[in-house]
Write a protein that binds this ligand. Structure first.
Ligand code: UDP
Ligand code: MG
Length: 344
């Protein structure tokens, strides 16, 4: 990857800025901002100017304190320079530059870590999520919900994307039991405690909307507009999409491993039952019926295959537990502790 002197110096200045901000953020001493927008940017030079204008306009109309965190995910088309310039021009804009491309969800996480807002809203940089919808999310948040999700009412994506997304959403609903309709839309709002809880999760492959829902007590969902991409192209190739679906599936539950267990037990039980049937028939009907011992061999084989599947299922259960522990997600997240007597 080519890296100009300008980029290097920007990165250095970013590092020193980061050093300044980090104590504030990690200590969370300063939480006086009402709303933070977190926007991951990867090669979106064609969209950035309009995005910044529209976001600033909408947020200023709200009349509350806000910050717009633009996370540059290792862009190489000039987006980095544009973000830095915007950060210098507007005090409300925070430029976060990652040193290379880490992927959309990692970039959003980097932004969440820098955010200070009581409410944090994520959205895409390609203007597919119109910034003008932000007030609707803030309004929905007023009912004291932890997470506000959105449904893209007139989704402007290819048929393939829409169909696969419907399938995934239905699967997530069944597995998690959380009745949200559109997990793919990143225009979402989170309350500060949910953001803090997510930041404590150290796992690498993660899917933010699902992770947030796992900590939310109350969620709401509102319909929003969706625009087609005007500039640039989607950053998700088929391979990246599939890998994202795996992130989603595994961040959600160890249900697939359980499925292995369940399937294993069914196959094992039918294998063993069939083996017993063959063996019994061999004694009742004689050796000729059992093809002179061939069936008996089959019956023994089925019993062994069954035992293997049971073993695999058991292994799956253990791996599931190891996976849970390795991710080391916080077991719970306390929102508030209230006590009338102060313990020393
Ligand atoms: N994005 C990113 N890093 C990546 C890929 C995407 O920060 O590696 C950003 C991208 O700039 C955009 C958002 O994530 O703001 C969604 O990407 P895209 O529009 O390509 O996804 P799609 O709408 O096709 O699902
Ligand atoms: Mg998009």
């Amino acid at each position: 990857m080519k890296c100009s002197m300008f980029q290097v110096s920007m990165y250095e200045s970013y590092l020193s800025e980061y050093a300044e901000r980090t104590p504030v953020v990690s200590g969370h001493a300063e939480k006086d901002i009402a709303c933070s927008l977190v926007i991951p940017v990867f090669n979106e030079a064609g969209n950035l100017d309009e995005l910044i204008d529209r976001c600033l306009k909408v947020c200023r109309q709200g009349g509350q304190d806000f910050e717009i965190i633009l996370v540059d995910d290792g862009s190489s088309d000039g987006s980095t320079e544009m973000i830095v310039r915007a950060g210098r021009e507007h005090p409300e804009i925070v430029a976060v530059l990652l040193n290379r491309n880490y992927g959309q969800h990692a970039a959003v996480f980097a932004g969440l870590a820098q955010s200070r807002g009581e409410i944090v809203i994520t959205l895409d940089a390609d203007l597919q999520n119109p910034p003008e919808e932000i007030p609707k999310l803030l309004l929905a948040m007023e009912d004291n919900v932890d997470v506000v999700g959105t449904i893209r009412s007139n989704r402007q994506d290819t048929l393939f994307r829409r169909l696969s997304s419907n399938l995934v959403n239905a699967m997530v609903r069944r597995t998690t039991g959380v009745m949200m309709h559109d997990y793919g839309c990143m225009l979402r709002a989170y309350r500060r405690p949910i953001v803090e809880a997510m930041l404590q999760c150290r796992e690498h492959s993660t899917f933010i909307p699902i992770l947030a829902n796992s900590f939310a007590r109350t969620t709401a969902e509102i319909p929003v507009e969706h625009a087609s991409r005007q500039q640039g192209e989607s950053k998700y190739s088929l391979f990246k999409l599939v890998s994202l679906q795996f992130d989603l599936l595994t961040s959600m539950s160890t249900f697939p491993l359980r499925l292995l267990s369940l399937l294993g037990t069914i196959i094992a039980a039918s294998g063993i039952a069939f083996g017993i049937f063959l063996l019994t028939m061999r004694f009742v009907m004689g050796a000729a019926w059992a093809a002179q011992g061939v069936f008996t061999l089959f019956s023994i084989l089925f019993v062994f295959i069954g035992a293997q599947f049971i073993g695999l299922g058991l292994l799956g259960e253990y791996i599931g537990r190891i996976y849970h522990d390795v991710r080391a997600r916080p077991r719970y997240f306390i929102q508030k502790v209230i006590s009338s007597s102060k313990k020393q």
